[in-house]
Design a protein around this ligand. Structure first.
Ligand SMILES: Cc1cc2nc3c(=O)[nH]c(=O)nc-3n(C[C@H](O)[C@H](O)[C@H](O)COP(=O)(O)O)c2cc1C
Length: 319
């Protein structure tokens, strides 16, 4: 069982368009977390004719396990159907997570993501449908959410989720309205632990928000007795964060080699499904903190194919 109460869990927070299978495979080689979550998959899209356009979001390789597939949407019956589909397609995730935390306008507009905080009745129906799906395959079920919608409502909202007896809840320490404008409120995340102990002692509680290192995450785990944490955006400043290394301590050569590895894995995994230009978003993540990096990045961003990018990277390896 991946959600083990006896260990503190460190995970990669899901980031749509960023933490795809290729990026996760790179992390597996340079320093991986205990668990991965996939980018979120819309259940309506998956249960429609457009399925083939969205399945890349949940594809993964064996080495990325343990891995949890994250779903979103507000049609309850599609959760069970999607879980059936995933299993019938031969994917073997280690758990299913429901997104009840996204604060992006398009997601909120349909009453989805963190808008579900305002609609516990629908949230309950969604959880029930996912529970039925998960029970068939013995998969744990979790929810990733925030501490409220337009105001902090930890006790009510997290209390309600705890009453659903989920296997795990990840709490991002901001309200939906706060998007990213205020620092994450770890004290509020900490309040979930006594709540959990009272309502659903077997549910794991992970914290999330603004973590810059494992050291920082570990200190919150200790302070609030959390079961672990997820790190998101910092991995794009420092892909070595799960190895416990600072970007400044990784050599230019290692950074370039890691970017070359990313390009190889992209060609193996996604070359027909994702345009090459998408990969440019990783340039800054891998290539930073060394002399001449700004010029190098500028040159790389002007390339129009992988071969040209590789040529520049190999030239720099020898410099
Ligand atoms: C580009 C981007 C995409 C994201 N996509 C998702 C997603 O698909 N599912 C999800 O639950 N959260 C998503 N998030 C939220 C992050 O997982 C995380 O909760 C948030 O960024 C706070 O953690 P951090 O400060 O460590 O980044 C996304 C965030 C960003 C910046």
């Amino acid at each position: 069982m991946v959600l083990d109460k006896t260990k503190k869990l460190v995970g990669l927070s899901p980031m749509e368009g960023v933490t795809d299978s290729v990026f996760r495979q790179v992390l597996c080689r340079i320093g991986r977390p205990d668990i991965f979550l996939t980018e979120f998959l819309n259940v309506d899209g998956y249960c429609s004719k457009g399925k083939k356009h969205v399945v890349h979001r949940i594809s993964f390789t064996e080495e990325e396990k343990p891995l949890i597939i994250q779903l979103w949407g507000n049609t309850p019956e599609y959760y069970e159907k999607t879980i059936d589909g995933i299993m019938q397609d031969g994917l073997k995730p280690d758990g299913i997570d429901i997104n009840m935390g996204c604060s992006v306008k398009d997601v909120l507009s349909g009453g989805r993501g963190s808008a579900l905080i305002n609609n516990p009745g629908l949230a309950k129906e969604i959880i029930e449908s996912a529970k039925i799906g998960c029970a068939k395959y013995n998969l744990p079920l979790s929810v990733k959410t925030r501490i409220g919608y337009d105001q902090i409502d930890t006790e009510n909202w997290i209390g309600f989720l705890l009453e659903q007896h989920l296997d795990m809840i990840t709490v991002h320490g901001r309200t939906s309205k706060q998007t990213y404008t205020t620092p994450a409120n770890w004290e509020e995340i900490g309040k979930c632990i006594p709540l959990r102990d009272k309502i659903s002692p077997t549910t794991l509680i992970l914290g999330n928000g603004d973590l810059k290192s494992k050291k920082e995450g570990d200190s919150y785990v200790k302070k609030y007795n959390l079961d672990g944490y997820l790190i998101g955006r910092q991995v794009m400043n420092n892909p070595w964060v799960f190895a416990g290394r600072e970007s400044a301590d990784v050599s230019k050569q290692e950074k370039i080699q890691t970017f070359l590895l990313h390009l190889d894995l992209y060609e193996k995994t996604f070359v027909d499904r994702k345009p090459f230009a998408f990969e440019k978003k990783y340039v800054k993540a891998y290539l930073s903190d060394f002399e001449g990096v700004n010029e190098l990045r500028r040159e790389i961003l002007l390339t129009e194919d992988i071969a040209s990018m590789r040529e520049i990277l190999y030239r720099e390896l020898d410099n």
